[in-house]
Design a protein around this ligand. Structure first.
Ligand code: SF4
Length: 372
């Protein structure tokens, strides 16, 4: 979402006569998009901003995004991306929603971004049209809590179905998805449209009922199990599953961690972002008792990442001999890009950037699929 917002701000700056420069020292204005999701992120951002101010005293340093004490930009329901937008990657980030009305006890986001607001379906379509004109080949649909998307009677499933049908020659990818209940409309869209990327990254956090309850997540283990089982059944074993997991949330016992570990193994989660729980001041969880020792949090992260690395190797290997479609980001003697399943690919020839290339996987080396 940060990338989507940055892209839009760059486009607005260009259209109001500014030039986007890579080198900070020649910038009149430096815009920092700050993050406050953890106390650590906030500290790092403040340090970074102070360093910029010291190093570039003549530049006007402006802070946007989530940081306490900084003015927040009013949310606008309508977005537009002028066609002069910078296009340094083959993938365009399409922000369709902001905010979240959730009550998760570890999360500060609702305090910064407020209730959920969706970009209207017609505005999203207009934005996609502009991205297509600029020459993007993949639209990454992004938001603060995508499962809350609602506009003109259409939910997230309807939205990606519309985009996939309207742009049959492009790919549609979902960024991180906050699961709520088994969303059949979403799964129908995946099944009906082959140009929706075979990749789903869910903000799982835990698969233990005890922990989910303490986190106040909007689902229990049986509901998330039903949703993921349905995803696997309908999309098959070659679709990539990813997730975010918090290890060592207050009260997380060995048996809770085991339940999460087994869940990831059972459904073959390959792309696992596991984080040690970190207290975020201002959230209910930061005040909870039953704190888990830091060493234990880190050890649990290590175990999940080790498991995931093994699954990833097996999963990537299973693509050898299969045809994949690559959205080419970098051209040269070797061209590089991402498959629909979000696997890094190397094509052993010069293929134009910003195209979709189909080829057979010859081998898998160092975590990349090699295509002739
Ligand atoms: S659903 Fe996601 S964004 Fe909303 S409160 Fe929970 S963790 Fe935060």
């Amino acid at each position: 979402m940060n990338r989507a917002e940055t892209l839009q701000e760059q486009a607005e700056a260009i259209c109001s006569g500014h030039e986007v420069v890579e080198d900070d020292s020649s910038a009149d204005v430096i815009v920092v998009r700050a993050c406050s999701v953890t106390a650590r992120a906030e500290k790092d951002c403040r340090k970074f901003i102070n360093r910029l101010k010291e190093n570039y005293p003549k530049s006007d340093v402006r802070v946007v995004g989530c940081l306490p004490g900084m003015p927040r930009k009013t949310k606008e329901e309508k977005v537009s991306l002028p066609s002069k937008a910078p296009s340094s990657t083959a993938r365009a980030y399409l922000k369709v929603q902001d905010g979240c009305g959730g009550k998760c006890t570890f999360c500060i986001v609702p305090q910064f971004r407020g209730e959920s607001v969706s970009v209207s379906l017609s505005a999203v379509k207009k934005l996609a049209e502009q991205f297509a004109e600029i020459g993007y080949y993949e639209f990454v649909v992004t938001g603060c809590n995508l499962s809350m998307y609602k506009s003109e009677g259409v939910g997230l499933g309807g939205l990606i179905d519309t985009l996939a049908k309207e742009y049959g020659d492009k790919r549609i990818r979902l960024s991180s998805y906050e699961p709520c209940i088994c969303d059949d409309e979403l799964l129908d869209a995946f099944v009906e449209n082959k140009n929706i990327c075979r990749f789903l990254h869910v903000s799982l956090q835990s698969a233990s009922d005890y922990v989910l309850e303490r986190m106040k997540r909007p689902y229990n283990s049986a509901e998330i199990d039903e949703f993921i089982s349905s995803f696997r059944k309908r999309l098959g074993n070659y679709a990539m599953l990813g997730c975010d997991v918090i290890c060592g949330f207050p009260g997380e016992r060995e048996e809770d961690f085991k339940a999460t570990r087994e869940f990831l193994e059972r459904h073959n989660f390959v792309n696992v972002h596991a984080f040690p729980y970190s207290e975020r001041p201002g959230t209910p969880a930061a005040e909870m008792a039953d704190v888990v020792l830091r060493d234990v949090r880190h050890e649990r992260v290590r175990i999940l990442l080790d498991d995931a690395a093994k699954r990833k190797e097996r999963f990537f290997e299973s693509f050898v001999g299969k045809e994949v479609e690559v959205c080419v980001e970098k051209s040269g003697e070797e061209s590089r890009g991402w498959s629909s399943e979000y696997i890094p690919c190397v094509i052993k020839k010069n293929v134009p950037r910003k195209t979709l290339y189909k080829g057979i996987v010859k081998e898998m080396t160092s975590g990349e699929l090699i295509i002739d």
